[in-house]
Design a protein around this ligand. Structure first.
Ligand SMILES: *[C@@H]1O[C@H](CO)[C@@H](O)[C@H](O)[C@H]1NC(C)=O
Length: 102
């Protein structure tokens, strides 16, 4: 099951909250490869529909909601980039300044 664990961990993308939540979820499921294979294949969909994993989305939403107004704008601006784009700090700060975010 080590290979499956690696696949699932990779999908957590180093996010501690995702690793802890999914680890806790798997600890309470039947300990077999079938169960882990199912989670590997359906992890994204599972986070949307499974109440135990939905807390990942909830925590992300709360983190966003807790940001000060001007930081929310900076955060949302990141949506102009594609997934896996490398964002250079100096570049993004200049863009934010040009947008009038302070
Ligand atoms: C894990 O999931 C990916 C899709 O996200 C799939 O391509 C891959 O075959 C799966 N691996 C196993 C061992 O089920």
């Amino acid at each position: 099951m080590l290979d499956l664990a690696k696949l699932i961990l990779k999908k957590c993308d180093g996010l501690p909250l995702a690793i802890v939540t999914i680890g806790g979820y798997l600890a309470n499921r039947p300990q077999n490869a079938m169960e882990w294979r199912k989670l590997n294949i359906s992890l994204s969909a599972e986070i949307e529909i499974n109440p135990e994993l939905k807390m990942i989305n909830t925590a992300l939403m709360r983190s966003y909601d807790g940001l000060p107004y001007h930081i929310k704008a900076c955060f949302l601006y990141l949506a102009i980039f594609s997934e896996d784009d490398i964002i250079r700090r100096t570049n993004i700060v200049k863009r934010w300044m040009a947008e009038g975010f302070t």
